[in-house]
Design a protein around this ligand. Structure first.
Ligand code: M6R
Length: 616
């Protein structure tokens, strides 16, 4: 996965492109480059490493051109290197291209082009694209204004895979052509200038009016026009969407890192996600026309997602089951899609994805549609690919999440899915007005409780100081607390590179306890009063073996417990059990954050990871 930006207007393109790339670095950051039209000639500059390296290149500082394209890379084909960095040009240097996605048949295309005398200078799949464009362009005898769009279309006809592509051509120095398939691309409309990017926040400080390009739509941009063409190059009109996020929301806003900012944004994100969905003791999902007949006809609900989004599914599985009395399963998208799952029209399939662009989750959704199931996407990004594939889409309102480690998206997803579970219960008459009222009441004060947890960072910083040199850490919990253990464990490993594992506390005795010895760090989560005694007895077993223990307890659990046996005790406010993962995860997100800071790591951009995994 990579990030792409483009600019065409009257300002100097290079600074705009670099600023956009910086905002897209979460999508990839092993090399970067730009191409700017300088007096009718394409000037390419690129380097290995972060976007910040481009700021040091003198030639980029001197670029005066007003049209350009840019790319930040997350390597898939070919190691991170200057040669493999984008933009790539064709053999005649007439075209420059940046590409996000994967060309699956690039080996065959490369052979075909080599047979025609073309040479290749990188190991990327992308380099076939500018050469194919040039091949088709030069073969086309018709010298009209659409010649370049035709060359791009003839090229995409040959490509198998996913792509968002920007094309510059020095024979058409005042236009730019873009196209996408299964990789995101948005066009921002300015005043006598236009912008392109992989996502909206990258260019949100310049415009609020956006066109969301659909699969196999082509756009030809000049300074003052944007022309759209369908897959058969038939021209059509497209309506722009106006975005209400402000640029500040996508900026660090005074925080040291996006992750910290996003952790602190959770109360707002939860509030916004609840929004107007609860009214006079009722949960509302007007966009879903689910009837009692439909819900009663269901044999099962499948929740499919990846990473943190999958953990959000685990955190609500028993809530959905309890409230709908429908058997609910949670699966990892990359496993689900390849094992011929038992899904039919009596299955409701729910797909959770912050970005709405995760390749495995989208592929799983398509599979479920083929099998006749209704599909419901839960996402944070309006207009994202999954919303265009799903039968229904409901949104978390977490605002842009930039840090690779997901935080506010997770707690917003759980919030929305608990609301959905209550909506099912209402329709099916499975819940009393009183119980519904109590959960809603608790949900409405949840943001304040999360705010309370966010005030006690000193204790967590202190624990992080003692933990950051560890090699291993274990997370334990039972029931819903086990799902928080899973998410907390992922958080610490992805940003601090400490080996970490989560276990259902009752499983310890079945093997893992062999790893517990003096000095090993174990984190226990205990909020379920029905299960706390059992987990405490597991914790005692590991204390006996010399483990250092940190526990996250609800006030109710803490008051009846001899907490002196634990090394560190974090107490969080009480809440409804269904909502408890939203509170218990917060101190553990902070712990992961501060451990990473203690280690001096790049919190927002952990090694080898990208924000959205748009390839398999
Ligand atoms: O955009 P998505 O929610 O589909 O992304 C899914 C995962 O890639 C994502 O949650 C990932 O696990 C995060 N880095 C975890 O912090």
């Amino acid at each position: 996965m990579c990030g792409i930006v483009g600019y065409i207007g009257n300002q100097k393109a290079a600074p705009i492109l670099l600023s956009g790339l910086t905002k897209l670095e979460y999508r990839g950051y092993d090399s970067a480059g730009i191409a700017v039209m300088e007096n009718g000639k394409i000037e390419v500059q690129k380097d290995k490493g972060r976007v910040s390296n481009l700021y040091k290149i003198k030639e980029i500082e001197n670029l005066q051109g007003n049209i350009g394209i840019a790319h930040t890379r997350w390597a898939t084909h070919g190691i991170p290197s200057k040669e493999n960095a984008h933009p790539h040009t064709d053999n005649t240097k007439k075209f420059a291209v940046v590409h996000n996605g994967i060309i699956e048949n690039y080996v065959e295309l490369r052979k075909e082009l080599e047979a025609e005398g073309y040479s290749f200078y990188s190991q990327t799949d992308t380099e076939v694209i500018p050469n194919l464009i040039q091949y088709f362009y030069d073969k086309d005898d018709k010298n009209d204004e659409l010649k370049i769009v035709r060359a791009v279309k003839n090229t995409t006809d040959k490509l198998i895979g996913s792509y968002a592509i920007e094309v510059l051509c020095n024979e058409n120095p005042d236009i730019m052509v873009v196209v996408r398939k299964d990789s995101p691309l948005v066009i921002g409309k300015g005043n006598n200038e236009n912008y392109i990017a992989s996502d909206i926040p990258a260019i949100l400080s310049y415009t609020k009016d956006f066109y969301l390009l659909e699969n196999l739509e082509f756009a030809m941009l000049s300074r003052d026009s944007i022309r759209f063409f369908d897959k058969d190059l038939k021209e059509f009109n497209k309506k722009a969407d106006t975005i209400t996020w402000n640029a500040m929301a996508a900026d660090k806003n005074g925080y040291e890192d996006y992750m910290l900012k996003e952790i602190y944004e959770q109360p707002t994100a939860i509030r916004e996600t609840i929004g107007t969905r609860v009214n006079e003791g009722i949960c509302k999902f007007d966009e879903l026309n689910f009837t009692k007949e439909y819900l009663s006809s269901l044999k099962q609900i499948y929740i499919v997602a990846c990473g943190t989004a999958m953990h959000a599914g685990l955190a609500v599985k028993s809530t959905i089951e309890r409230m709908s009395r429908i058997h609910t399963q949670v699966d990892i998208a990359s496993e689900f899609r390849y094992r011929d799952p038992l899904v039919d029209e009596k299955t409701l399939c729910i797909f959770i994805t912050q970005s709405g662009e995760t390749a495995d989750t989208i592929a799983a959704l398509k599979l479920c549609k083929e099998k006749g199931a209704k599909t419901l996407a839960v996402t944070n990004v309006i207009g994202s690919s999954i919303t265009r594939e799903a039968d229904y889409a409901i949104y978390t309102h977490a605002g842009p999440e930039i840090a690779v480690a997901s935080t506010k998206a997770y707690t917003s997803q759980i919030t929305l899915l608990v609301l959905l579970a209550m909506y099912f219960a209402q329709i099916l008459n499975n819940i009393s007005k009183e119980e519904l009222g109590n959960i809603i009441k608790e949900m409405l004060v949840l943001p304040n409780k999360v705010e309370e947890v966010l005030k006690s960072t000193e204790q967590i910083k202190d624990i992080a100081k003692h933990m950051f040199k560890e090699k291993d850490v274990f997370y334990l919990g039972r029931g819903i607390d086990y799902t928080t253990a899973q998410e907390a464990s992922l958080k610490v490993k992805e940003i601090s590179y400490i080996h970490s594992e989560s276990y259902a506390a009752g499983e310890l005795k079945h093997g893992t306890i062999a790893l517990i010895e003096k000095g090993v760090n174990v984190i226990g989560i205990m909020t379920d009063t029905n299960l706390v005694k059992k987990t405490v007895s597991n914790m005692e077993e590991i204390i006996t073996r010399g483990a250092i223990t940190t526990v996250v307890l609800s006030e109710e659990v803490a008051k009846d417990l001899n907490t002196d046996i634990f090394t560190n005790v974090i107490v969080v406010p009480n809440t409804e059990i269904y909502l408890s993962p939203i509170i218990t995860v917060v101190p553990l997100q902070l712990l992961a954050y501060y451990i990473s800071k203690e280690k001096g790591l790049d919190v927002d951009k952990p090694r080898n990871l990208a924000k959205s995994v748009t390839v398999e």
